[in-house]
Design a protein around this ligand. Structure first.
Ligand SMILES: [Zn+2]
Length: 207
């Protein structure tokens, strides 16, 4: 079975974690959290996240993180992010990270808080920070960027398979297209890759 670790569009072609605000019907696995862009204006209370702790379909807190290009003042984003990281620790859920030009700050927060929950760097595309992200212990989720970003294609070869997830995010590419591209680049058969990602999914989400 294909696994789509982060998408904004519900489909039936894979096991998928749909970003909560984008789904209207359940059951579906989903992630729930306050996006950094919404960290100031979103009426969603932090307590709502905690209230979902009992919901077995809520697999992850996310996407949450820091964005230096878009969104409210960085300090506001930062406190919103930290609050949610602490909830993830409390209710035992992995975290789906949105990071735009803010890896140093996210790494610093991770060092400071020493979270036990797995962090998944979603939509990873910046080859230059790969080694640092791996060193901090994050899982890396690759999406549509892999189709054309040659630096990312090279970096993919340096990602251990047990640290890899795949996603479509808000692109209209299918998860199968991402799998096909990654399997070719990694020199794996589609079924080998499928098994690898499924194993990662079961291990991280204890499913
Ligand atoms: Zn997204």
């Amino acid at each position: 079975m294909l696994v789509n670790i982060h998408t904004h569009y519900k489909s039936a072609d894979s096991i998928e974690i749909v970003n909560y605000s984008d789904i209207f019907d359940f059951p579906s696995y989903y992630s729930f959290g306050i996006h950094p862009w919404d960290s100031e204006t979103n009426g969603l209370k932090i307590s709502e996240i905690e209230n979902k702790a009992h919901d077995k379909f809520m697999l992850a807190i996310g996407e949450i993180g820091l964005d230096k290009v878009k969104g409210p003042a960085f300090e506001i984003q930062k406190s919103c992010f930290i609050n949610q990281v602490l909830i993830a620790e409390k209710i035992n859920r992995p975290v789906i990270i949105h990071c735009v030009k803010a890896w140093n700050e996210i790494a610093a927060i991770k060092k400071q808080l020493q979270p036990k929950q797995t962090w998944i760097f979603h939509g990873f595309s910046k080859a230059a920070i790969l080694e640092s992200v791996l060193q901090e212990g994050l899982m890396i989720s690759i999406g549509a960027g892999i189709m054309n970003n040659t630096k990312l294609q090279e970096a993919l070869l340096r990602i251990p398979t047990d640290r890899l997830f795949l996603e479509t995010d808000d692109s209209h590419i299918t998860i199968l297209e991402v799998y096909k591209k990654v399997s070719t680049l990694k020199n794996l058969s589609l079924s080998e890759l499928e098994q690898i990602i499924e194993n990662n999914f079961k291990r991280i989400f204890r499913i």
